[in-house]
Design a protein around this ligand. Sequence first.
Ligand code: NAD
Ligand code: ZN
Length: 353
Amino acid sequence: MVSKVIFGRGSFNQLSDIIEPKRLNTSAPFIFFVDDIFKGDAWLTSRIPLSYQDKVVYVSTIEEPKTEQIDQYVEDIILNFKERPSGIIGIGGGSLLDIAKAVAIMLNNDGESKDYQGWDLVKNPAVYHVGIPTISGTGAEVSRTTILTGPERKLGINSDYTPFDQVLLDPELTKDVPKDQWFYTGMDCYVHCIESLSGTYLNAFSQTYGEKALELCQEIFLSDDLSEQESQDKLMMASWHGGMSIAYSQVGVAHAMSYGLGYLLGVKHGIGNCIVFDHLEAYYPEGVAEFKKMKAKHNITLPQGICADLSDKDFNTMIKVALSLEPLWENAIGKNWKKTITHDTLKALYQKM
Ligand code: NAD
Ligand code: ZN
Protein backbone atom coordinates (compact mmCIF):
# COMPACT_ATOMS: atom_id res chain seq x y z
CA MET A 1 0.00 0.00 0.00
CA VAL A 2 0.95 3.64 -0.41
CA SER A 3 2.22 4.68 3.02
CA LYS A 4 1.31 8.37 2.93
CA VAL A 5 -1.33 10.33 1.08
CA ILE A 6 -2.56 13.90 1.17
CA PHE A 7 -5.85 14.97 -0.46
CA GLY A 8 -7.27 18.39 -1.17
CA ARG A 9 -7.70 21.16 -3.69
CA GLY A 10 -4.54 23.26 -3.62
CA SER A 11 -2.52 20.64 -1.74
CA PHE A 12 0.08 20.81 -4.52
CA ASN A 13 1.31 23.96 -2.72
CA GLN A 14 2.50 21.74 0.13
CA LEU A 15 4.87 19.71 -2.01
CA SER A 16 7.98 21.41 -0.65
CA ASP A 17 6.93 20.80 2.98
CA ILE A 18 6.34 17.16 2.15
CA ILE A 19 9.53 16.29 0.31
CA GLU A 20 12.12 18.57 1.91
CA PRO A 21 12.54 16.39 5.05
CA LYS A 22 13.39 13.53 2.69
CA ARG A 23 16.35 15.34 1.14
CA LEU A 24 19.44 13.24 1.86
CA ASN A 25 21.94 16.07 1.23
CA THR A 26 22.45 18.98 -1.14
CA SER A 27 24.07 16.81 -3.82
CA ALA A 28 21.27 14.25 -3.82
CA PRO A 29 18.61 15.86 -6.00
CA PHE A 30 14.90 15.45 -6.36
CA ILE A 31 14.12 14.60 -9.97
CA PHE A 32 10.68 15.63 -11.18
CA PHE A 33 9.31 13.73 -14.16
CA VAL A 34 6.56 15.96 -15.57
CA ASP A 35 4.17 15.47 -18.51
CA ASP A 36 5.40 17.83 -21.22
CA ILE A 37 1.84 19.07 -21.67
CA PHE A 38 2.72 21.31 -18.69
CA LYS A 39 5.84 22.77 -20.27
CA GLY A 40 5.34 26.52 -20.18
CA ASP A 41 2.29 26.23 -17.92
CA ALA A 42 3.38 28.54 -15.13
CA TRP A 43 0.27 27.80 -13.06
CA LEU A 44 1.70 24.36 -12.37
CA THR A 45 5.43 24.52 -13.06
CA SER A 46 6.11 27.66 -11.01
CA ARG A 47 4.99 25.66 -7.97
CA ILE A 48 7.45 22.80 -8.48
CA PRO A 49 9.86 23.40 -5.58
CA LEU A 50 13.40 23.29 -7.00
CA SER A 51 16.57 23.72 -4.92
CA TYR A 52 20.24 22.75 -5.15
CA GLN A 53 20.70 20.22 -7.99
CA ASP A 54 16.99 19.37 -8.39
CA LYS A 55 15.89 18.80 -11.97
CA VAL A 56 12.71 18.70 -14.02
CA VAL A 57 12.55 16.18 -16.86
CA TYR A 58 9.66 16.79 -19.27
CA VAL A 59 8.29 13.64 -20.84
CA SER A 60 6.08 13.25 -23.90
CA THR A 61 3.12 10.91 -23.48
CA ILE A 62 2.57 10.33 -27.19
CA GLU A 63 3.75 6.79 -26.56
CA GLU A 64 3.32 4.77 -23.38
CA PRO A 65 6.42 4.13 -21.24
CA LYS A 66 9.00 1.69 -22.60
CA THR A 67 11.62 -0.32 -20.75
CA GLU A 68 14.46 1.17 -22.81
CA GLN A 69 13.20 4.68 -22.01
CA ILE A 70 13.38 3.89 -18.29
CA ASP A 71 16.89 2.46 -18.64
CA GLN A 72 17.97 5.64 -20.45
CA TYR A 73 16.57 7.92 -17.71
CA VAL A 74 18.35 5.89 -15.05
CA GLU A 75 21.62 6.01 -16.93
CA ASP A 76 21.29 9.78 -17.40
CA ILE A 77 20.70 10.28 -13.69
CA ILE A 78 23.65 8.10 -12.70
CA LEU A 79 25.96 9.85 -15.18
CA ASN A 80 24.86 13.40 -14.41
CA PHE A 81 24.71 13.45 -10.63
CA LYS A 82 27.35 12.65 -8.05
CA GLU A 83 24.84 11.01 -5.74
CA ARG A 84 21.75 8.89 -6.02
CA PRO A 85 18.62 11.10 -5.95
CA SER A 86 16.82 11.92 -2.72
CA GLY A 87 13.59 11.21 -4.51
CA ILE A 88 11.75 10.76 -7.79
CA ILE A 89 8.49 12.65 -8.27
CA GLY A 90 6.06 11.87 -11.08
CA ILE A 91 3.57 14.56 -12.14
CA GLY A 92 1.05 13.59 -14.80
CA GLY A 93 -1.22 10.74 -15.84
CA GLY A 94 -0.65 7.00 -15.60
CA SER A 95 2.31 7.27 -17.97
CA LEU A 96 4.24 9.68 -15.77
CA LEU A 97 3.30 7.90 -12.57
CA ASP A 98 4.58 4.64 -14.03
CA ILE A 99 7.80 6.29 -15.22
CA ALA A 100 8.47 7.67 -11.73
CA LYS A 101 7.88 4.29 -10.12
CA ALA A 102 10.05 2.41 -12.61
CA VAL A 103 12.95 4.88 -12.45
CA ALA A 104 12.86 4.80 -8.63
CA ILE A 105 13.05 0.99 -8.70
CA MET A 106 15.77 0.77 -11.32
CA LEU A 107 18.03 3.28 -9.54
CA ASN A 108 18.45 0.68 -6.80
CA ASN A 109 18.35 -2.52 -8.85
CA ASP A 110 20.96 -3.76 -11.30
CA GLY A 111 20.40 -4.70 -14.91
CA GLU A 112 17.67 -3.67 -17.31
CA SER A 113 14.07 -2.89 -16.49
CA LYS A 114 12.81 -5.59 -18.89
CA ASP A 115 14.29 -8.19 -16.53
CA TYR A 116 11.89 -7.08 -13.81
CA GLN A 117 8.65 -7.25 -15.81
CA GLY A 118 6.54 -9.81 -14.00
CA TRP A 119 5.64 -10.53 -10.42
CA ASP A 120 7.93 -9.97 -7.42
CA LEU A 121 11.25 -9.91 -9.27
CA VAL A 122 12.52 -6.67 -7.68
CA LYS A 123 15.20 -7.33 -5.05
CA ASN A 124 15.99 -3.95 -3.47
CA PRO A 125 13.67 -1.22 -2.20
CA ALA A 126 13.20 1.71 -4.60
CA VAL A 127 14.42 5.27 -4.11
CA TYR A 128 11.82 7.42 -2.26
CA HIS A 129 9.12 8.20 -4.83
CA VAL A 130 6.11 10.46 -4.94
CA GLY A 131 3.12 10.35 -7.29
CA ILE A 132 1.03 13.37 -8.24
CA PRO A 133 -1.78 12.54 -10.69
CA THR A 134 -3.04 15.25 -13.04
CA ILE A 135 -5.75 13.08 -14.63
CA SER A 136 -7.88 10.51 -12.84
CA GLY A 137 -8.77 6.94 -13.59
CA THR A 138 -5.84 4.57 -13.98
CA GLY A 139 -5.28 3.90 -10.29
CA ALA A 140 -1.54 4.01 -11.07
CA GLU A 141 -1.21 6.34 -8.07
CA VAL A 142 -2.12 3.50 -5.75
CA SER A 143 -1.18 0.26 -7.51
CA ARG A 144 1.78 -2.06 -6.96
CA THR A 145 2.66 -2.13 -10.64
CA THR A 146 4.28 0.03 -13.28
CA ILE A 147 3.23 -0.98 -16.77
CA LEU A 148 6.01 -0.95 -19.36
CA THR A 149 6.28 -2.02 -22.97
CA GLY A 150 9.42 -4.09 -23.35
CA PRO A 151 11.02 -5.89 -26.28
CA GLU A 152 8.91 -8.98 -25.67
CA ARG A 153 5.82 -7.89 -23.83
CA LYS A 154 3.74 -5.17 -22.30
CA LEU A 155 3.76 -6.11 -18.65
CA GLY A 156 4.09 -4.47 -15.28
CA ILE A 157 6.86 -4.54 -12.74
CA ASN A 158 4.63 -5.83 -9.93
CA SER A 159 6.32 -5.74 -6.55
CA ASP A 160 6.05 -4.59 -2.96
CA TYR A 161 8.63 -1.90 -3.77
CA THR A 162 6.61 -0.43 -6.63
CA PRO A 163 3.92 1.58 -4.72
CA PHE A 164 4.63 5.23 -4.05
CA ASP A 165 5.94 6.28 -0.63
CA GLN A 166 3.79 9.38 -0.89
CA VAL A 167 0.88 10.40 -3.08
CA LEU A 168 -0.45 13.94 -3.41
CA LEU A 169 -4.05 14.10 -4.63
CA ASP A 170 -5.00 17.60 -5.72
CA PRO A 171 -8.12 17.40 -7.92
CA GLU A 172 -7.53 20.96 -9.11
CA LEU A 173 -4.61 19.65 -11.19
CA THR A 174 -7.11 17.84 -13.44
CA LYS A 175 -9.04 20.99 -14.42
CA ASP A 176 -7.73 21.22 -18.00
CA VAL A 177 -8.03 17.59 -19.06
CA PRO A 178 -9.72 17.45 -22.51
CA LYS A 179 -13.18 15.88 -22.54
CA ASP A 180 -12.37 12.77 -24.60
CA GLN A 181 -9.30 11.99 -22.54
CA TRP A 182 -11.30 12.54 -19.33
CA PHE A 183 -13.73 9.90 -20.57
CA TYR A 184 -11.11 7.35 -21.70
CA THR A 185 -9.02 7.52 -18.54
CA GLY A 186 -12.16 7.70 -16.38
CA MET A 187 -13.48 4.58 -18.09
CA ASP A 188 -10.26 2.80 -17.20
CA CYS A 189 -11.48 3.15 -13.62
CA TYR A 190 -14.98 2.01 -14.54
CA VAL A 191 -13.57 -1.08 -16.27
CA HIS A 192 -11.35 -1.80 -13.26
CA CYS A 193 -14.50 -1.89 -11.12
CA ILE A 194 -16.43 -4.19 -13.46
CA GLU A 195 -13.52 -6.57 -13.99
CA SER A 196 -12.70 -6.72 -10.32
CA LEU A 197 -16.28 -7.07 -9.06
CA SER A 198 -17.18 -9.82 -11.52
CA GLY A 199 -13.89 -11.71 -11.24
CA THR A 200 -13.22 -15.02 -9.51
CA TYR A 201 -10.41 -13.44 -7.45
CA LEU A 202 -12.86 -11.14 -5.69
CA ASN A 203 -12.75 -10.99 -1.90
CA ALA A 204 -14.41 -8.74 0.67
CA PHE A 205 -11.42 -6.38 0.87
CA SER A 206 -11.32 -5.81 -2.86
CA GLN A 207 -15.10 -5.72 -3.20
CA THR A 208 -15.48 -2.92 -0.67
CA TYR A 209 -13.22 -0.64 -2.70
CA GLY A 210 -14.65 -1.76 -6.03
CA GLU A 211 -18.25 -1.07 -5.02
CA LYS A 212 -17.43 2.43 -3.80
CA ALA A 213 -15.51 3.22 -6.97
CA LEU A 214 -18.33 1.90 -9.15
CA GLU A 215 -20.90 4.00 -7.29
CA LEU A 216 -18.73 7.10 -7.79
CA CYS A 217 -18.28 6.36 -11.52
CA GLN A 218 -22.04 5.98 -11.95
CA GLU A 219 -22.57 9.33 -10.24
CA ILE A 220 -19.85 11.08 -12.25
CA PHE A 221 -20.69 9.67 -15.67
CA LEU A 222 -24.49 9.30 -15.49
CA SER A 223 -25.94 11.92 -13.14
CA ASP A 224 -26.48 15.61 -13.91
CA ASP A 225 -26.21 16.81 -10.33
CA LEU A 226 -22.48 17.30 -9.86
CA SER A 227 -20.55 20.55 -10.18
CA GLU A 228 -17.31 20.38 -12.14
CA GLN A 229 -15.30 20.51 -8.93
CA GLU A 230 -17.32 17.77 -7.26
CA SER A 231 -16.89 15.65 -10.34
CA GLN A 232 -13.09 16.18 -10.31
CA ASP A 233 -12.86 15.41 -6.58
CA LYS A 234 -14.97 12.29 -6.90
CA LEU A 235 -13.18 10.93 -9.96
CA MET A 236 -9.87 11.25 -8.15
CA MET A 237 -11.26 9.16 -5.30
CA ALA A 238 -12.92 6.69 -7.69
CA SER A 239 -9.55 6.15 -9.35
CA TRP A 240 -7.96 5.51 -5.94
CA HIS A 241 -10.63 3.04 -4.85
CA GLY A 242 -10.74 1.29 -8.23
CA GLY A 243 -6.96 0.93 -8.08
CA MET A 244 -7.18 -0.49 -4.55
CA SER A 245 -9.82 -2.92 -5.70
CA ILE A 246 -7.71 -4.40 -8.52
CA ALA A 247 -4.54 -4.34 -6.42
CA TYR A 248 -6.19 -6.96 -4.21
CA SER A 249 -7.93 -8.86 -7.01
CA GLN A 250 -7.15 -8.60 -10.73
CA VAL A 251 -8.38 -7.09 -13.98
CA GLY A 252 -9.95 -9.16 -16.75
CA VAL A 253 -10.83 -9.59 -20.42
CA ALA A 254 -10.77 -5.91 -21.48
CA HIS A 255 -7.32 -5.35 -20.04
CA ALA A 256 -5.88 -8.56 -21.47
CA MET A 257 -7.09 -7.68 -24.96
CA SER A 258 -6.24 -4.00 -24.64
CA TYR A 259 -2.64 -4.96 -23.86
CA GLY A 260 -2.58 -6.79 -27.20
CA LEU A 261 -3.81 -3.65 -29.03
CA GLY A 262 -1.31 -1.55 -27.12
CA TYR A 263 1.61 -3.84 -27.92
CA LEU A 264 0.94 -4.18 -31.65
CA LEU A 265 -0.72 -0.90 -32.58
CA GLY A 266 0.38 1.43 -29.79
CA VAL A 267 -3.26 2.03 -28.81
CA LYS A 268 -3.17 3.72 -25.41
CA HIS A 269 -4.51 2.10 -22.27
CA GLY A 270 -7.64 4.17 -21.66
CA ILE A 271 -8.99 4.31 -25.19
CA GLY A 272 -7.86 0.71 -25.79
CA ASN A 273 -9.95 -0.49 -22.87
CA CYS A 274 -12.93 1.44 -24.23
CA ILE A 275 -12.53 -0.04 -27.73
CA VAL A 276 -12.36 -3.57 -26.33
CA PHE A 277 -14.96 -3.21 -23.59
CA ASP A 278 -17.53 -1.99 -26.14
CA HIS A 279 -17.51 -5.56 -27.58
CA LEU A 280 -17.55 -7.59 -24.37
CA GLU A 281 -21.31 -8.03 -23.84
CA ALA A 282 -20.79 -11.78 -23.62
CA TYR A 283 -18.50 -11.41 -20.60
CA TYR A 284 -19.81 -8.32 -18.80
CA PRO A 285 -23.43 -7.79 -19.99
CA GLU A 286 -24.55 -5.21 -17.42
CA GLY A 287 -21.26 -3.34 -17.37
CA VAL A 288 -21.13 -3.05 -21.15
CA ALA A 289 -24.76 -1.83 -21.33
CA GLU A 290 -24.01 0.85 -18.74
CA PHE A 291 -20.77 1.79 -20.51
CA LYS A 292 -22.73 2.35 -23.73
CA LYS A 293 -25.09 4.68 -21.85
CA MET A 294 -22.15 6.67 -20.51
CA LYS A 295 -20.62 6.83 -23.98
CA ALA A 296 -23.85 8.15 -25.46
CA LYS A 297 -24.40 10.67 -22.67
CA HIS A 298 -21.00 12.23 -23.29
CA ASN A 299 -21.13 12.00 -27.11
CA ILE A 300 -18.04 9.86 -27.31
CA THR A 301 -17.32 8.20 -30.66
CA LEU A 302 -14.79 5.40 -30.49
CA PRO A 303 -12.51 4.53 -33.40
CA GLN A 304 -13.85 1.66 -35.53
CA GLY A 305 -12.13 -0.86 -37.76
CA ILE A 306 -8.70 -0.54 -36.18
CA CYS A 307 -8.04 -4.25 -36.85
CA ALA A 308 -9.50 -4.21 -40.38
CA ASP A 309 -6.19 -4.27 -42.24
CA LEU A 310 -4.21 -6.56 -40.00
CA SER A 311 -2.44 -9.67 -41.27
CA ASP A 312 -2.65 -13.11 -39.67
CA LYS A 313 0.79 -12.48 -38.22
CA ASP A 314 -0.49 -9.29 -36.57
CA PHE A 315 -3.47 -11.09 -35.07
CA ASN A 316 -1.16 -13.80 -33.79
CA THR A 317 1.05 -11.22 -32.09
CA MET A 318 -1.87 -9.55 -30.33
CA ILE A 319 -3.42 -12.85 -29.34
CA LYS A 320 -0.13 -14.11 -27.95
CA VAL A 321 0.26 -10.99 -25.78
CA ALA A 322 -3.34 -11.22 -24.57
CA LEU A 323 -3.22 -14.96 -23.80
CA SER A 324 0.07 -14.64 -21.94
CA LEU A 325 -1.69 -12.64 -19.21
CA GLU A 326 -2.90 -15.77 -17.48
CA PRO A 327 -3.91 -14.27 -14.11
CA LEU A 328 -6.25 -11.87 -15.91
CA TRP A 329 -8.03 -14.72 -17.70
CA GLU A 330 -8.16 -16.86 -14.61
CA ASN A 331 -9.74 -13.98 -12.73
CA ALA A 332 -12.24 -13.29 -15.52
CA ILE A 333 -13.27 -16.82 -16.45
CA GLY A 334 -11.99 -19.18 -13.76
CA LYS A 335 -9.37 -21.92 -13.47
CA ASN A 336 -10.55 -23.66 -16.63
CA TRP A 337 -10.39 -20.55 -18.80
CA LYS A 338 -8.33 -22.31 -21.47
CA LYS A 339 -11.37 -24.38 -22.43
CA THR A 340 -13.31 -21.36 -23.66
CA ILE A 341 -10.68 -18.71 -24.36
CA THR A 342 -8.84 -19.83 -27.47
CA HIS A 343 -6.92 -18.25 -30.29
CA ASP A 344 -10.10 -18.27 -32.38
CA THR A 345 -12.25 -16.68 -29.65
CA LEU A 346 -9.86 -13.77 -29.44
CA LYS A 347 -9.42 -13.44 -33.17
CA ALA A 348 -13.19 -13.18 -33.64
CA LEU A 349 -13.35 -10.44 -31.00
CA TYR A 350 -10.39 -8.49 -32.37
CA GLN A 351 -11.92 -8.64 -35.86
CA LYS A 352 -14.94 -6.71 -34.56
CA MET A 353 -12.79 -3.80 -33.33
P1 NAD B 1 -1.49 9.50 -19.94
O1 NAD B 1 -0.63 9.58 -18.77
O2 NAD B 1 -0.88 9.10 -21.24
O3 NAD B 1 -2.26 10.86 -20.12
C1 NAD B 1 -3.29 10.95 -21.08
C2 NAD B 1 -3.28 12.27 -21.80
O4 NAD B 1 -3.79 13.27 -20.92
C3 NAD B 1 -1.91 12.73 -22.24
O5 NAD B 1 -2.03 13.29 -23.52
C4 NAD B 1 -1.55 13.78 -21.22
O6 NAD B 1 -0.67 14.72 -21.73
C5 NAD B 1 -2.89 14.38 -20.90
N1 NAD B 1 -3.01 15.02 -19.59
C6 NAD B 1 -2.68 14.50 -18.37
N2 NAD B 1 -2.99 15.39 -17.40
C7 NAD B 1 -3.51 16.47 -18.02
C8 NAD B 1 -4.03 17.70 -17.54
N3 NAD B 1 -4.12 17.99 -16.25
N4 NAD B 1 -4.49 18.59 -18.44
C9 NAD B 1 -4.46 18.30 -19.77
N5 NAD B 1 -4.00 17.15 -20.28
C10 NAD B 1 -3.52 16.24 -19.40
O7 NAD B 1 -2.74 8.51 -19.78
P2 NAD B 1 -3.50 7.82 -18.58
O8 NAD B 1 -4.74 7.34 -19.19
O9 NAD B 1 -3.57 8.63 -17.35
O10 NAD B 1 -2.54 6.62 -18.27
C11 NAD B 1 -2.28 5.60 -19.19
C12 NAD B 1 -0.99 4.96 -18.80
O11 NAD B 1 -1.11 4.44 -17.48
C13 NAD B 1 -0.62 3.79 -19.68
O12 NAD B 1 0.75 3.81 -19.92
C14 NAD B 1 -1.03 2.60 -18.85
O13 NAD B 1 -0.28 1.45 -19.16
C15 NAD B 1 -0.76 3.09 -17.47
N6 NAD B 1 -1.56 2.45 -16.41
C16 NAD B 1 -0.92 2.08 -15.30
C17 NAD B 1 -1.59 1.48 -14.27
C18 NAD B 1 -0.86 1.07 -13.05
O14 NAD B 1 -1.46 0.52 -12.15
N7 NAD B 1 0.41 1.29 -12.96
C19 NAD B 1 -2.96 1.27 -14.36
C20 NAD B 1 -3.62 1.67 -15.52
C21 NAD B 1 -2.90 2.27 -16.54
ZN1 ZN C 1 -6.49 -0.12 -16.45
